[in-house]
Write a protein that binds this ligand. Structure first.
Ligand code: GLA
Ligand code: ZN
Length: 721
């Protein structure tokens, strides 16, 4: 693993700053293009995403390409020392294409065919669509292969949705034949089709699930979702053929939907194909009224960032889209409070992004997104609050060249697994509405976030061996080999934490027989016999046993789900103190080889996870970013490049916060100010500081004695922008 990754594209060894740029909407007013360039310079933007929705402009008639406007834009970007994140246009197609080839239009789950319109709604299987997208991609790659502005390929846009057309059904059946090695009996077994007389006697009888058809076979539901991911990746690979052929050195990415609700694709399956991971994130700040303080929003999005960083083993990712102004897709488009733009953007960098990019550069004049936050408002000039915030951030980013490629070293991992989520969401019973898998993972992650402990968010297939603590909330589905890898992780000295509702089904959603948590039973040393689902406001008490290994005291509360377990080889650490399961184990610890495995049998309510993990962090000897505890709402993250450690100090509250630094001495990379022992973080403050070993030593950043050379030199050399 390198100390430091190379820049996304060595052509531009700086933080990328920019956003979705739609100059083709302003083709009749080229003076706006010149104004855009002036404004980009002012905002210190160096990477603009072009062409995402430009197909109709690029190919107004079948086979007749018009690249003139894009040529001009590419040249203008290059003349202005900026780069293009060049998109392939497959997310939205020209009307002539749909009209001529209706097969490319999607069929919805209820088997209704859509009409032309909208976007992100093509059939991923259609040979015609594959051919057409590849042709235009070829034309783009051939034309711009040597263009100085070409920096990164942006494939399509937020691949999403499903197509249930006949072509997709056929492809699904072919995929199933391969998965089950042409053995229908294996499929019938995996799907447990004797239930409700759903056995298949011929492959042709199988169809995708739908609201008005089959939806009770959970194995089928799962396989369909797997297929949808597979088919998307396959479509994406088809798009990439000409890009790889003409521009093998230009990195390729596609923008993932980062929202917590996006469950439609297993993004881990894209990792072998992409050179860099990108994510679009639109946090909804300012929800105090709904009792969601900003620090909780930050914590949740920290989880999402840490997952995208972990996808390519810690390689920096791209924040491909964020809103420079108001969040748009939320119930109310609340404005970002002063300071929030800088804070939210630097949070992404703190978690491993080497870019801050926006949707959108300039507000469109018409269409559905004309009021979406943009760097340039309808007013058209730089004298807006949002523009000034963006420009100020650009000023900061240009001082962060040494952060480019820097790593985060996490000793803790939390598993969030898409297939597991799909299976949990399909469960009938337990709690019908709120299974809350995502929320539960975020809560466990949050206990580390609050302590300033770096976490990788991984899936079941990741390598566990590099971590000291592995947390797997609600690991309902355990795929083959996973339990064995968890066992060796613990045997070798690791700390494993599992919860209620784990080890229930295999990869086909078939229940493990012989006692839950199935293949995890040995490592956890418990047998989970029954699980009680509580009423909305019901609480059960949980009491730690005196003298327990973690020093937990007092009483805790269980809500929603209580597993009734038997401690087998495990020792009981806390017990239920309510109901007929009073005195049954609620928290256990099993020594296994050199390590230990914990089982939290209940869904906890604050405060349980905080003291639990605080004790575990100490016990496992995990490093925190600062020695002392962090004040609530403050996040401290570190990225190191092998030579220097950069601290991101982020205050997500409206109050000044005292931050004890212990023996860490820091120097602000922007103004050279040195902090020792303690510092005050102003409300919504976001600082980037370099760890500074000693005032008198080498001091590579020349931050002491007024010789603030390094960052400033860059500027005068004109390299950073
Ligand atoms: C998504 C899309 C963009 C835009 C934004 C609006 O992320 O990729 O094209 O629609 O949402 O928030
Ligand atoms: Zn289709």
């Amino acid at each position: 693993m390198p100390d430091r990754y190379p820049p996304i594209n060595p052509k531009c060894p700086h933080m990328l700053h920019g956003g979705d740029y739609n100059p083709d909407q302003w083709i009749e007013t080229p003076e706006i293009w010149d104004e855009d360039m002036r404004l980009m310079r002012l905002a210190h933007c160096n990477a603009m995403t072009v062409g995402v929705f430009s197909w109709a402009q690029l190919e107004p008639e079948e086979g007749h390409y018009d690249f003139s406007w894009l040529d001009t834009i590419m040249d203008k970007l290059a003349e202005n020392d900026a780069f293009a994140v060049l998109a392939t246009p497959s997310a939205a197609r020209p009307a002539w294409l749909s009209k001529k080839n209706p097969e490319i239009l999607r069929v919805q789950p209820d088997r209704h065919k859509i009409r032309h319109g909208g976007r992100c709604n093509h059939c991923p299987t259609s040979p015609i669509y594959r051919e057409k997208t590849q042709s235009i991609n070829r034309a783009l790659a051939e034309r711009y292969r040597d263009h100085p502005a070409l920096l990164v390929w942006h494939l399509s846009n937020e691949y999403s949705g499903e197509c249930h057309c006949d072509l997709c059904q056929e492809a699904f059946r072919a995929w199933l034949r391969e998965r089950y090695e042409h053995d229908l009996a294996r499929l019938n077994h995996a799907w447990w089709t004797r239930f409700w007389s759903h056995a298949f006697t011929d492959w042709s009888q199988i169809e995708s699930p739908g609201p008005n058809g089959e939806n009770s076979i959970h194995g089928l539901n799962l396989d369909w979702k797997r297929f949808v991911t597979h088919q998307t990746v396959d479509f994406m690979k088809n798009e990439m053929v000409p890009l790889r052929e003409f521009t093998p050195d230009v990195p390729v990415t596609t923008n993932f939907i980062g929202a917590e609700v996006f469950v439609g694709r297993d993004y881990w399956k894209f990792r072998d194909v992409l050179d860099v991971v990108s994510v679009d994130l639109y946090p909804h700040w300012g929800r105090e009224e709904e009792s969601v303080p900003d620090w909780q929003t930050a914590l949740q999005f920290g989880f999402v960032y840490d997952m995208h960083r972990a996808m390519l083993d810690g390689k920096p990712f791209m924040l491909m889209e964020s809103s420079p102004g108001a969040a748009f897709s939320t119930a109310n488009s609340r404005l970002k409070r002063p300071g929030m733009h800088r804070l939210a953007s630097l949070q992404a960098v703190a978690h491993g992004s080497d870019t801050v990019q926006y949707f959108q550069w300039r507000k469109s004049r018409g269409g559905a997104e004309k009021f979406h936050g943009a760097v340039v408002d309808h007013a058209g000039h730089e004298n807006t609050r949002v523009f000034q915030d963006v420009a100020a951030l650009g000023e900061t980013l240009r001082r962060l060249d040494d952060v480019v490629g820097a790593r985060t070293n996490a000793e803790v991992a939390v598993i969030y697994d898409w297939e597991n989520r799909w299976a949990i969401d399909d469960v009938h019973g337990l709690r019908r509405e709120h299974k809350d898998y995502f929320e539960t993972c975020v809560r466990h992650y949050g206990a580390f976030w609050k302590q300033g402990v770096a976490v990788d968010v991984i899936n079941e297939d990741a390598d566990f061996s590099k971590y000291k603590i592995l947390v797997a909330p609600m690991l309902y589905m355990v795929r083959p080999g996973v339990a064995e890898r968890i066992e060796s992780f613990v045997r070798d000295g690791g700390t494993f934490v599992a919860t209620y509702w784990s080890g229930i089904v295999d990869e086909s959603d078939l229940c493990f027989l012989g006692g839950f948590p199935g293949p995890l039973r040995r490592v956890l040393g418990v047998w989970a016999e029954e699980i009680d689902a509580l009423g909305k406001d019901e609480r059960k008490r949980v009491t730690p046993l005196p003298g327990n290994a973690l020093g937990l005291t007092g009483t805790f509360e269980a809500v929603e789900l209580c597993d009734l377990i038997h401690a087998e080889s495990a020792e009981t650490v806390a017990i239920y103190a309510s109901d007929f399961y009073e005195s049954h184990p609620a928290l256990t610890r099993n020594t296994f080889g050199e390590g230990e495995a914990w089982y939290i049998a209940f869904r906890d309510r604050d405060p349980f996870l905080d003291p639990f993990y605080e004790a575990l962090i100490k016990r496992a000897g995990i490093r925190r970013t600062l020695e002392k505890s962090l004040p609530l709402g403050v996040s401290v993250r570190v990225r190191g490049n092998g030579r220097h450690r950069f601290y991101f100090l982020l205050n997500f509250t409206d109050l000044p916060r005292n931050l004890p630094l212990g023996s860490t001495r820091l120097a602000d990379v922007e103004n050279g100010m040195v902090f020792e022992t303690e510092m005050v973080l102003e409300p919504r403050a976001a600082l980037v500081a370099v760890e500074w070993e000693s005032r008198t030593e080498a001091d590579p950043f020349h931050l002491g004695g007024g010789a603030k050379a390094r960052w400033w030199d860059r500027e005068s050399e004109g390299r950073a922008r």
